[in-house]
Design a protein. Structure first.
Length: 144
């Protein structure tokens, strides 16, 4: 239309530059959307396989390349819950073995994720750790 209206060459050139610039932005947005779809599947697959660290690594790579947004933050929270849950599962196993050091280390690792969804479970394991410590101190008392 600009050519048929005999618009100045500078105006046509400016329009073409804007179109080219917008096309690059559009392509990048499409690539990000495709990468996001692939990421969601791979993160869910890793979580389903019980590999929250792998899920976290995949998400971190995506965020490094494409940046954060509300969707990545939501997925990050889901991954962190899985990571903290894995640490609490390990703490449960340590408790079953009566391994105080292992239990404490696992609890500390789980608490670093600061997941309120797991607070009750963490508190229960903290109480079990206290009982285990109390029993071990009583068993080691010099009067016996």
């Amino acid at each position: 239309m600009l050519k048929s209206a005999k618009a100045p060459a500078a105006q046509i050139k400016r329009l073409q530059a804007n179109i080219s610039k917008s096309a690059a932005t559009c392509d990048r947005q499409q690539q990000r959307a495709q990468a996001w779809t692939a990421l969601q599947g791979s993160v869910q697959q890793a979580l389903d396989a019980g590999k929250p660290e792998l899920a976290a690594t995949r998400l971190a790579a995506y965020v490094k390349r494409w940046g954060d947004d509300p969707d990545t933050l939501e997925l990050d929270a889901k991954v962190k819950v899985a990571q903290a849950s894995a640490q609490l599962d390990l703490a449960d196993a340590c408790l079953a073995k009566g391994d105080r050091v292992c239990l404490e280390n696992s609890l500390i690792a789980a608490e670093r994720y600061k997941r309120p969804e797991l607070a009750a479970r963490t508190q229960a394991l903290r109480a079990a750790l206290s009982q285990l410590l109390e029993r071990s101190l009583l068993d080691a008392s010099p009067g016996q």
